[in-house]
Design a protein around this ligand. Sequence first.
Ligand SMILES: Cc1ncc(COP(=O)(O)O)c(C=O)c1O
Length: 414
Amino acid sequence: MSLECFDKEIYELTNKELARQCEGLEMIASENFTLPEVMEVMGSILTNKYAEGYPQKRYYSGCEIVDQIETLAIERCKKLFNCNFANVQPHSGSQANQGVYAALLNPGDKILGMDLSHGGHLTHGAKVSSSGQFYESFFYGVELDGRIDYEKVRHIANIVKPKLIVCGASAYPRIIDFKKFREIADEVGAYLFADIAHIAGLVVANEHPNPFPYAHVVSSTTHKTLRGPRGGIIMCNDEEIAKKINSAIFPGIQGGPLMNIIAAKAVGFKFNLSDEWKIYAKNIIKNTQVLAKVLIERGYKLVSDGTDNHLVLISFLDREFSGKDADLALANAGITANKNTVPGEKRSPFITSGLRLGTPALTARGFKEEDIQIVANCIADILDDINNIDLQLNIKAKLKELASKFTIYTKAMF
Ligand SMILES: Cc1ncc(COP(=O)(O)O)c(C=O)c1O
């Protein structure tokens, strides 16, 4: 029976979401469009198999085939990041990070990460996350110029003496200097853990420096710039650490791995290893540069005055309106972005004075620099006259037409 006949409600809602994804412009920096081939294997019979454990060391029989699948995923992941060990089982980026902490720390140990309000992630020690509840968390941030001051990080690390330093971010538009982080970690005897969830797709294309050989452990999501299925991965070079990570993920915090997702990760990695991938990653950078240039020319202040990666952060500290106002105005025009705190923030995290915009999803659709120029000017037009609903609706129609030239999916994959 088709899904349409079996469950009309979910069928129709999925089709509505397909229309939303196709007609609007996705500029949330952490979102992307994965390949139909990745979705094909995600929706496959591989979802039926229990395979607790790791290849050749399972707690269930009948794992001969899924062992080969997981081994392929692991080998491709190692090749991509140029490292010796990979665990491809984490169900998400957050679970990957939880696994890293469980492997390397004891409850109550000190960790030093980037402040959430300065661009870090919840899992880097925020008090509402288990990372800030099980471990004693301390933070570094960015300066008013929007950049990490590594001497300040060194200073904080020397006072705190953490057992682990987390580097990596959710909203940092500049290159992260992993070498400097490692020097600081060595100085205080800490592990260096790089969470490259946002930039992994750029790292594997050499568009951002690789955290290896500097980081002791690296984690990532597979669904952001990497454009694979939703999930997490952990990599390292040290055999003892790898053993601890494997035990921390299973049986530590997870049960049976999602074999359909692990297979989809392998398919995604195959794409990441291709020459086409290098072009895609280069195009992300080119497109973000154009976005930044137009916004600056149109009088908008960008945090750190520009970008080196896939995202820009606009600061509205000099404006009457907030990040929330900008987010809503763009949403009215079919552009999905997200409000974000900025250095020197004066508003609450629910209102904010900033907006985060990314280009990975539009680049995946095939948007080139000239298209991004149009989009960036539309964004500036909307922000210039933020309460003008008619203008927002006019721009929505214009952008829907532009979007229709860049087909992503012709059906909702069922
Ligand atoms: C830097 C960073 N790490 C980890 C995560 C968590 O990933 P997930 O949403 O898959 O748990 C995110 C997600 O936004 C992130 O930006």
